[in-house]
Write a protein that binds this ligand. Structure first.
Ligand SMILES: NC(=O)c1ccc[n+]([C@@H]2O[C@H](COP(=O)([O-])OP(=O)(O)OC[C@H]3O[C@@H](n4cnc5c(N)ncnc54)[C@H](OP(=O)(O)O)[C@@H]3O)[C@@H](O)[C@H]2O)c1
Length: 299
């Protein structure tokens, strides 16, 4: 008989991506939703959500909290990455059918991206999950790959650093890359839960748009013609070398720089191939949508 996911638990549901995933899951109207919140967390949630306080370091506490759940979505930030193997083991012990670890970013199935140290913890949880499933654990998994967040990435200046008007423009600025808005990542996650068989034990890819930095710069200039722009041409090969040097000396604050390599350097899979928007129910965005964001933040 086909598996139907009905009871869904989310960890990290108050976070940048956790909150929009929670919203999309509630709004789908298809699931009973629980949030697993760390003991002492100050986060608040809508009344339709059951909030369960857990000791996120304890398999026993998590196993008890996950009784009766069909799917677990982890949206923990990097502080929570190491705890995901405990969460996964608890999900297996509780009889959960689908585990979605905290990915929601670059395509780490790309062999070059996989070697970037920033993705080490994500590779480690993939290995943990796949080893356990291979060894007979009665659970399935899906990795959601959506490249950088589109709306968030524009607003915080991650895709194009507009605030000082001095964005780093990588490798000439005409490199096409994928990006997906927070609400669309939420829709894609719902799409995984509603397509159990099609999304079983694999990575799914989604994007709202494929765009270049030069296109974003044009949109930003159009929205704020009075603003002074002094782009900084930057080679990803130089960035990779400098980041490796600093990281090698123990400066882990540079780790985020590796993500720009994954987005823009040739051979790192920044433009996602064979996206599954149709399967996952993600309509995508247009240049006009992005122009509206720039108008909002720049005027
Ligand atoms: N594609 C992109 O552009 C992009 C950008 C940013 C992040 N991401 C990815 O999205 C995922 C989530 O990141 P985020 O930035 O959304 O996270 P975040 O905003 O930092 O959210 C962290 C959430 O995890 C919980 N949490 C924090 N520490 C934890 C711990 N030690 N154990 C368990 N839970 C903990 C917090 O919940 P409580 O404090 O309420 O318990 C909070 O809700 C990550 O995989 C990240 O790499 C992708």
């Amino acid at each position: 008989m086909a598996v139907v996911i009905k009871n869904v638990a989310i960890v990290g549901a108050s976070g940048t991506i956790g909150a929009p995933i929670l919203k999309a899951i509630i709004e789908s109207g298809k699931f009973n939703v629980s949030v697993l919140s760390r003991i002492g967390s100050k986060a608040t949630f809508p009344p339709s959500v059951k909030v369960i306080s857990v000791d996120a370091t304890s398999v026993d506490s998590l196993t008890a909290a996950l009784q009766g759940q069909d799917a677990v979505i982890s949206a923990v930030g990097h502080e929570g990455f190491l705890g995901q193997s405990v969460l996964f083991d608890a999900a297996v012990a509780a009889g959960v059918k689908r585990f979605i670890p905290s990915e929601f970013g670059s395509d780490i199935s790309n062999p070059n991206a996989a070697k970037l140290p920033v993705f080490g913890p994500k590779i480690a949880i993939r290995k943990h999950i796949e080893q356990k499933v291979k060894a007979g654990a009665d659970i399935t998994y899906t990795y959601v790959v959506n490249a950088p967040f589109l709306d968030w990435g524009i607003e915080v200046g991650f895709l194009l650093d507009y605030k000082e008007g001095k964005p780093r423009i990588f490798d000439g600025g005409d490199v096409p890359f994928s990006a997906t808005s927070l609400p669309s990542v939420g829709l894609a996650t719902v799409g995984v839960l509603t397509h159990y068989e099609e999304t079983k034990n694999r990575q799914v890819t989604v994007n709202d748009i494929v765009i270049t930095q030069n296109q974003l710069l044009e949109l930003a200039k159009k929205a704020a013609p009075q603003k002074q722009w002094s782009p900084i041409p930057t080679k990803t090969s130089d960035l990779l070398e400098a980041t490796n040097a600093a990281f090698g000396k123990g400066d882990h604050s540079v780790a985020v720089q590796y993500i720009f390599v994954a987005m823009f350097a040739e051979g790192y899979g920044g433009k996602l191939e064979n996206v599954e928007n149709e399967l996952l129910g993600v309509p995508g965005k247009t240049l006009a949508d992005l122009e509206a964001i720039y108008k909002r933040i720049l005027t």
